[in-house]
Design a protein around this ligand. Structure first.
Ligand SMILES: NC(=O)c1ccc[n+]([C@@H]2O[C@H](COP(=O)([O-])OP(=O)(O)OC[C@H]3O[C@@H](n4cnc5c(N)ncnc54)[C@H](OP(=O)(O)O)[C@@H]3O)[C@@H](O)[C@H]2O)c1
Length: 344
């Protein structure tokens, strides 16, 4: 495309939508016209982007007439508006889980499987934030020797549950420190019948339980990894946990490969991988932590070490900003890739 695209952000008032706006400004993302869309609750509110004031509009199918790129962060409304926008010729890059496992929809991290973008039919899905952060560390290892098994535990920030998750941790912290009763109503998931405090606590449940007693979030990590690495034989055991951290997910991972790898080769491969950084110096107590990986573009990998018992396994620790690389940045990078390759 030679002219600048018409861009719409759906869910512009949310945690991911706000990040889209920051990144569009920071990365000088090109657009000729920008539309900010949200629910009827936000219609009429004003927002400034690149020094220009915009009025939020209620998202409707017609909102996508003439739009080239739709950056979707509106949650379940994607199911209705995604196909409507795609039908109107808009390339939808969607952050919800709606289309991720649809065989007609590519699921993409540009550093991991950019080749899948080419077969899109106007909808491209952004993977789950925990899957993205994990694969940014594991794809370079997979390129050295095929991954056979992954055991992963996540430490997921409350902002993964959107702006309401952030508010819940803030309010509960203030209540707890003032001796008041905490009143959880969002976590582990708004739609569930029971809620637990996240302040000064850990919740080993993200989203609902499936028939196999794994949560939906855990099964997303399994299924999405299989789809993106094009290998459904990889054995993956996830445990996803919500932690009282505002921003940036962390993950403890054991990865087993077909061949024995040296820690040195793994370090080199991760460091050479775009978007990943090795931060690993035990002597200096240097390792990635959510407080410091927040607002960063890259995913940080440390504590890289051989498994004590299995010579083909490596253990590592990863942390990355799930609103950036786990959501808005990844989606914007897909759009940037498509613009650079004349795919829009
Ligand atoms: N937060 C993360 O770290 C993260 C990471 C990866 C993926 N995601 C996914 O990204 C999406 C957005 O998440 P979020 O964390 O940004 O959520 P959020 O903070 O709760 O924001 C939700 C946004 O969607 C809008 N919205 C809700 N219902 C709508 C409707 N019927 N029509 C139009 N707009 C509607 C809201 O508008 P109003 O303000 O008007 O209500 C708001 O702008 C979700 O699918 C989420 O699973 C989030």
């Amino acid at each position: 495309m030679t002219k600048k695209p018409v861009v719409a952000i759906l869910g512009a008032t949310g945690a991911v939508g706000q990040e889209f706006i920051r990144l569009i400004e920071e990365r000088n993302f090109p657009y000729s016209t920008l539309k900010l869309l949200a629910s009827a609750r936000s219609a009429g509110k004003k927002m400034t982007v690149n020094g220009q004031e915009y009025t939020i509009e209620e998202a409707k199918p017609e909102s996508f007439d003439g739009v080239d790129i739709g950056l979707f962060a509106g949650g379940s409304i994607s199911k209705e508006l995604g196909p409507e926008a795609a039908k109107r010729g808009c390339v939808v890059i969607d952050n919800s889980s709606t289309f991720r496992m649809d065989p007609e929809v590519p699921l993409v991290v540009p550093e991991v499987n950019p080749e899948d973008i080419s077969w899109h039919k106007n909808i491209i899905a952004n993977p789950n934030c925990s899957t993205i952060i994990m694969l940014m560390a594991l794809k370079p290892i997979h390129d050295l020797s095929p991954i056979k098994k992954i055991v992963v535990s996540t430490y997921q920030a409350v902002s993964g549950a959107g702006k309401e998750g952030l508010d819940e941790l803030r309010e509960e912290t203030v209540d707890y420190l003032n001796g008041r009763e905490m009143q959880p109503h969002i976590l582990p998931s708004k739609s569930l019948p029971k809620h637990y405090p996240i302040a000064f606590n850990l919740i080993p449940q993200i989203d609902k339980f499936m028939e196999n007693d794994y949560t939906k979030e855990e099964m997303k990590m399994v299924n999405e990894t299989h789809k993106m690495l094009h290998d459904a034989s990889i054995a993956i055991t996830p445990t996803t946990v919500r932690v009282p951290v505002f921003r940036s997910h962390a993950e403890s991972i054991m990865v087993e490969t077909a061949d024995e790898l040296s820690v040195e080769d793994v370090r080199k491969a991760i460091q050479a991988f775009p978007g990943a950084q090795v931060q690993d110096n035990p002597a200096e107590m240097d390792y990635p932590m959510p407080l410091y990986t927040s607002e960063k573009y890259d995913v940080y990998v440390g504590r890289i070490r051989k498994d004590i018992y299995n010579p083909k396994a490596i253990n590592l620790w990863v942390s990355g900003d799930q609103i950036r690389k786990g959501a808005a940045l990844n989606a914007l990078q897909i759009a940037e890739y498509m613009l650079a390759h004349d795919m829009i």
